[in-house]
Design a protein around this ligand. Structure first.
Ligand SMILES: Cc1ncc(COP(=O)(O)O)c(C=O)c1O
Length: 338
């Protein structure tokens, strides 16, 4: 076990012992290899550099209460990367290769997996890039798949507090029928400037509305939108330009377990004030409670500024409880690394 101040780690890159890679050449995937040098040779004309053939995933590994180390729903990320790859004219790693590469990345970095009780976890970052040199706009025939692993700190060091959000309307993040529903690297550069502007104005999280009409709620910069109503509904947007969040999918299951009705549908921005609680959900934080949403000169608030709503708090605790093994894994989400 490494001598690391686990409780004070932030969400940032750390060079650990090793990462894994697999290469695709001549229409087939090679075997998983261990790598220790974080710098890898890449052809200067690789399609990932010139034409954005690049996508990634993000998932977490936890030391559970019983001492086992387990990854949260890796097969879901495998499927999403496969779908993303197809949209970007890339060849995604098959599910077994993806999941085994995640297991191997954890095994190789076992000393960096934060212990139970620290609130920290190990973040896995699978990455897929096109490596064939091309100058004409054409898809690659060669791909590199890597999985990095590093410990990250507890997201809520100072408690589960609500944050202020702001609607970014100057820059759209994703077009209808574009790339918004997949985890293309390009989506993140599209959102960088908008998110940066929001942060400069004091809003940690930007909300995006649909780019065609600016009428419907889409999602936050790196998380899905969830709204709770007083009549026990969990409402989340249906849109083909938002990422299919695995956290959101899991929370929908837990919401049903808790007796909530789940609705996936268009949500007009004008409906926002009807929600009793609003949250942003994703792997990094599970749920970020939203206290307010500002659009132009109007601000809509939800609950108290210094306390998260009780429904989202209960859902957050339930999902984290499953991840850390404090709550029974009744849906079979935790995949133990052997
Ligand atoms: C744009 C976007 N939406 C939603 C999410 C949440 O997805 P997940 O719950 O799978 O982490 C993420 C984070 O990966 C994201 O980048």
């Amino acid at each position: 076990m490494k001598d690391i101040d686990w409780g004070n780690l932030s969400f940032s890159y750390m060079d650990t012992g090793a990462f894994v890679k697999a290469e695709y050449h001549d229409a087939k995937w090679g075997k998983i290899e261990k790598c220790t040098d974080a710098h890898m040779p890449l052809h200067i004309a690789a399609t990932s550099l010139h034409y954005g053939q690049s996508c990634f995933e993000g998932l977490k590994t936890f030391t559970m209460k019983n001492g086992e180390v387990a990854i949260f729903r890796p097969e879901e990320n495998a499927r999403r990367m496969f779908e993303t790859a197809d949209r970007l004219m890339m060849v995604g790693p098959p599910e077994e290769l993806f999941v085994e590469a995640c297991y191997e990345a954890v095994r190789l970095n076992r000393d960096y997996v934060p212990p139970y009780g620290t609130g920290a976890s190990m973040y896995l970052r699978p990455l897929l890039i096109g490596t064939t040199p091309r100058v004409g706009v054409q898809a690659a025939e060669d791909f590199l798949f890597v999985v990095l692993a590093m410990p990250v700190g507890p997201y809520y060091k100072n408690g589960f507090f609500p944050v202020k959000s702001w609607v970014q309307e100057k820059y759209d993040r994703a077009a209808p029928h574009g790339l918004g529903h997949v985890k293309a690297a390009a989506n993140y550069v599209a959102g960088l400037k908008g998110d940066y502007e929001g942060k400069k104005l004091g809003y940690p999280i930007c909300m995006y509305v649909d780019s065609a009409e600016h009428k419907y709620i889409e999602e936050f910069g790196t998380s899905n939108f969830v709204g709770i109503t007083a009549d026990k509904k969990y409402i989340t947007p249906a849109s083909d330009s938002i990422l299919k969040s695995i956290t959101n999918k899991s929370l929908q299951t837990l919401a049903e377990d808790m007796g909530y009705t789940v609705e996936r549908r268009l949500i007009a921005f004008d409906e926002l004030s009807k929600f009793s609680e609003v949250g942003a959900c994703g792997t990094a934080a599970v749920i970020t409670p939203i206290h307010s949403v500002t659009r132009g000169d109007k601000t809509i608030t939800f609950g108290s500024a210094d306390k998260a709503g009780e429904v989202l708090t209960a859902m957050f605790k339930e999902l984290q409880g499953i991840q850390y093994g404090d709550v029974a894994d009744r849906h079979g989400w935790m995949k133990v690394v052997k």
